[in-house]
Structures are given as structure tokens and as C-alpha cells.
Ligand binder design. Structure first.
Ligand code: SAM
Length: 222
């Protein structure tokens, strides 16, 4: 197949993915535009590129996954990110959700505990032209990045036993934190915490989800 046919095929598949997202209830044009722009096929292993626009998670190495497009869209929509927002992402993985966030936010700080994944994600984000407003950091994201906070939105892409206190403390006033909580894949609670005041936090459970574990000082112990 020529590269032009290949590109057209991926454009068609991306269009079909967007139709699925709309059908499943994603309404934010900002989020849908970002999902329409970012080529997910560049963020999955080459041998799985055919499946890049299916609405499912895929393996990316180191026992980790690229999240399902619908869940990326839902978490991004709930985080209510504005063009000037400073966003913290915990769990860079492939860099796909980082790319989506970079199209919407002012700056995205993304932390990954596996340096091999962080290096590959940084390379892909650079090749796709998305590194201008992105910083990739290797480390334990359960502790956040206190020197860069507070953050208008924090998105955690792995499931922890509870919302880390360190992350709550780095949330700006009216900021939103979105993360899965719980141990059993398929029964974890996608949770949104909104900071209404200095020590006033509101928590809402949005959906039941399946995520890889959040390993760290304020996550699960290895
Ligand atoms: N959003 C990613 C994407 O689009 O490819 C998917 C992320 S994957 C579901 C979750 C990631 O969280 C994994 O890459 C895992 O290594 C990472 N992770 C788990 N615990 C972490 C921690 N304490 N700090 C940083 N990253 C962590």
C-alpha cells in the first residue's frame, strides 16, 4: 500500500474512532478536536498499528498499556482544561494522552516511572511536533512535582489505593484531579476531586474502569 493510501486509511479510521467517542457521550469540541488531530498510530507498537483506532487499550511494553481512546477523552473532558492551564499527568506511558493534553493546555508536565517508556514517549512527541509545551520527567508521580505546582488539572493514568495527598496538595483552587482508585481491574472507580477551598475538596465517582497499578510512595508498594 502507498503511504498516501496508508494515511487516508488512518484518517478514515480516526474518523470512525471520533464517531464512537461521540456516541459514547463525549461532547467537548476541544477534546474531540484534539483526538481528531493526534495520530494514535504513531503511539502504538508498529505491529499493532492496524488496531490504533479501535476503542481499546493496547500493550506498549514493560507490562504497560496505552489507554482506551474513550477513557482518554472522558478523563480529559472531566479535567476541564483551558488554554492557559498547567496540567500534571502521572503515567506518560506511550505519550498519547500527553499529546492530547498538549493540544489543549498551556503546559503539560508528565511523569513516568519507567525510563524506557519516558524516553520512547519523548521521542514520539518530538517527532510529532508536540514537545513545545510538554516536559517529560522520570520519577514517582504519586509525589507530584511540587516545584512546578500548583496545577489546574492533574490526570493520573494508573489506579492507586487512594488519591495521593501529595497530589491533592498540588491542586490549584478550583483545580480538578481525575484518577482511577481501587485494586481490581474492571471494578476501579474513576474519581474526580475538585478543590473548592484551601482544605475543601469535593469527590465524585464517574465510572467503573480497568487500569494498570499506580506504583509508588503514595500508591501501591511494588
Ligand atoms: N496515558 C498513557 C498513554 O496514553 O499511553 C497510558 C498510561 S498506562 C495506562 C499507566 C502508566 O503509569 C504506565 O506507563 C506506568 O508505568 C505508569 N506509572 C505507574 N505508577 C507510576 C508512578 N508512581 N509514577 C509515574 N508513572 C507511573
Amino acid at each position: 500500500m502507498s503511504s498516501k493510501q496508508h494515511t487516508e486509511q488512518n484518517d478514515d479510521r480516526r474518523g470512525a474512532m471520533l464517531a464512537v467517542l461521540r456516541r459514547r457521550g463525549i461532547v467537548s469540541d476541544t477534546v474531540l478536536d484534539a483526538m481528531a488531530e493526534v495520530p494514535r498510530d504513531l503511539f502504538v507498537p508498529e505491529h499493532l498499528a492496524e488496531l490504533a483506532y479501535e476503542d481499546g487499550a493496547l500493550p506498549i511494553g514493560d507490562g504497560q498499556t496505552i489507554s482506551q481512546p474513550y477513557i482518554v477523552a472522558l478523563m480529559t473532558e472531566v479535567a476541564d482544561i483551558k488554554p492557559q492551564s498547567r496540567v500534571l499527568e502521572v503515567g506518560t506511558g506511550s505519550g498519547y494522552s500527553t499529546a492530547i493534553l498538549s493540544r489543549i493546555a498551556g503546559h503539560v508536565f508528565s511523569i513516568e516511572r519507567h525510563d524506557s517508556l519516558a524516553i520512547a514517549a519523548r521521542r514520539r512527541l518530538g517527532e510529532a511536533g508536540y514537545l513545545d509545551n510538554v516536559s517529560i520527567v522520570v520519577g514517582d508521580g504519586t509525589l507530584g512535582l511540587p516545584e512546578e505546582g500548583p496545577f489546574d488539572a492533574i490526570i493520573v493514568t494508573a489506579a492507586g489505593p487512594r488519591v495521593p495527598e501529595a497530589l491533592q496538595a498540588q491542586l490549584a483552587l478550583n483545580g480538578r484531579l481525575v484518577m482511577p482508585v481501587g485494586s481490581t481491574p474492571g471494578a476501579q472507580k474513576l474519581t474526580c476531586v475538585v478543590r473548592d477551598g484551601d482544605s475543601d475538596f469535593r469527590t465524585e465517582v464517574l465510572a467503573t474502569v480497568s487500569f494498570v497499578p499506580l506504583i509508588g510512595a503514595q500508591g501501591w508498594q511494588r
